[in-house]
Write a protein that binds this ligand. Structure first.
Ligand code: AMP
Ligand code: GLY
Length: 437
């Protein structure tokens, strides 16, 4: 029997828990999170609600329940060192320790790591610690630049010219703000192309990719509106994306493998966890946008339901450094995941209003995120509420099914109806063809 702890309580952690429970082994699941997730609660023997920065409490809960190992969903506990903390109590965590989690928590660390180790994939970039030469460097990109605050900002620290910043002067002002707040800022070249997520299992040496996924950060259809945690994502039956070639995936894989080796050399420790590269296919090949040290949300919902290999074995292989000894397989299905979010999300979301899932067929893939379950039903929590996932032989079939189900959620919610549709995908394919020609 295995007693496994999931840290976190969103839809990503719901699917992590479900995938662990599908194991051939007898798994007793536990979770520690900051909310009551109705789906996780059903899968777990026991759960505890608490703050994710309360490491003492997480450790206490883990020890009380004789946890064999933990899987950490969100980035903040990893960046703050939950892996180091639990290891001191003899509990291993699938997820890098604090030093290694810099791969996500420090943009400058990651850019420098690639640079120093001659790993191809960085755009032109420079880290600034004061404003010496800052204005001139921004100017050198002729209006195509990106300014990145150097820390975990929940996706809000990155500002892109043309999207958020409309002159060099505005860029300079934001860079000064970052310098004032963090003492550091990264300025880089703006890359043009199609972004994709390639998440990999990593034991520090071996890197095994999951199917590629494309997430959609903007709140509204046609990529309009404010940035969100991710409104939905699709992946294809062949584990590529319609605008990617297998050479693109090979390039991304090569970057991740080189990064796993380089970080071991640099920091002297093995990266054990999920290595999630945010890549962009450009006319000059694949470049790296950023690394995350965890599963993507929603991307986890695209890939984990397809995992054929026992996830408990995969986690143990990551921890033991044996990933090269197992075969990791994913089913060949297309997946579309869409989030239903409260009206007004992300800036002024309605909260505390009731929703109903009664009309959703039992066979639909449904994962709970920011909802409160009360005696008389489910209430909106104010962030992404419910993820619906559907599979198909191709993306359009999966999209149709996903749309049919998500429309049945009753209450003041909305979702993006364009994610995974034929017209959207054709547009992306045409864009890449044009760039590459
Ligand atoms: P990050 O937090 O680094 O993933 O950045 C958030 C978003 O900013 C990414 O998903 C991209 O859309 C955009 N972005 C970041 N860096 C670049 C870049 N060098 N060129 C173009 N877009 C970028
Ligand atoms: N899908 C975006 C993220 O998980 O950061």
């Amino acid at each position: 029997m295995k007693q496994i702890l999931v840290i976190g309580s969103g839809a990503r952690e719901h699917v992590i828990g479900e995938t662990l429970k599908r194991s051939q082994q007898d798994v007793k699941l536990f979770y520690f999170g900051n909310s009551k997730n109705p789906g996780l609660v059903k899968l777990c023997e026991k759960y505890e609600i608490g703050k994710l920065d309360d490491f003492e409490n997480i450790k206490k809960f883990a020890l009380e329940n004789k946890i064999d190992f933990a899987v950490c969903g969100p980035e903040a506990p990893l960046a703050a060192g939950i892996t180091d903390y639990l290891l001191e109590a003899g509990i291993r965590v699938v997820g890098p320790n604090k030093k290694l989690a810099q791969l996500e928590s420090s943009k400058s660390f990651t850019r420098d790591l690639l640079d120093k180790n001659n790993i191809k994939g960085n755009p032109l970039y420079k880290n600034f610690f004061d404003n010496n030469g800052l204005k001139e460097y921004i100017g050198s990109f002729k209006g195509n630049y990106v300014i990145k605050a150097d820390g975990l900002k929940g996706g809000k620290g990155v500002k892109v010219s043309g999207d958020h910043l409309f002159s060099d002067e505005e860029g300079y002002k934001y860079a000064l703000e970052c310098l004032r707040d963090e003492g550091k800022v990264v300025v880089e070249e703006k890359l043009i192309g199609q972004e994709f997520s390639l998440m990999s299992f990593c034991d520090g040496t071996t890197v095994i990719d999951m199917p590629a996924v494309q997430d959609h950060k903007r709140a509204y259809d046609k990529d309009k509106g404010p940035n969100t945690g991710g409104m939905g994502s699709y992946s294809d039956a062949n584990h590529l994306l319609p605008f990617l070639t297998s050479k693109d995936i090979d390039e991304a894989h090569h970057i991740s493998e080189s990064v796993a080796n380089a970080i071991k050399t640099e920091l002297g420790e093995y990266y054990k966890g999920i290595l999630y590269g945010g890549f962009i296919a450009t006319k000059n090949g694949v470049s790296l946008i950023e690394y995350n040290a965890r599963f993507g949300d929603p991307e986890a919902m695209n890939v984990l339901p397809l995992l054929e290999t026992d996830f408990v074995l995969v986690c143990e292989a990551i921890l033991d450094g044996n990933l090269d000894k197992i075969n990791v397989n994913f089913r060949n299905k297309a997946m579309v995941c869409k989030y239903a979010v409260p009206r007004g999300y992300p800036d002024n979301p309605i909260r505390g209003t009731k929703i109903s899932l009664d009309k959703i067929p039992a066979e639909a893939g449904l994962y709970f995120a920011s909802v409160d379950e009360k005696e008389d039903g489910l209430y909106l929590g104010g962030s992404r509420a419910i993820a619906i996932v559907a599979e198909g032989d191709n993306i359009f079939e999966a999209e149709d099914k996903c749309e049919d189900a998500i429309k049945l959620i009753e209450g003041p919610v909305f979702h993006r109806s364009d994610i995974g549709t034929e017209s959207m995908i054709n547009e992306k394919v045409r864009m890449m063809e044009k760039l590459r020609s």
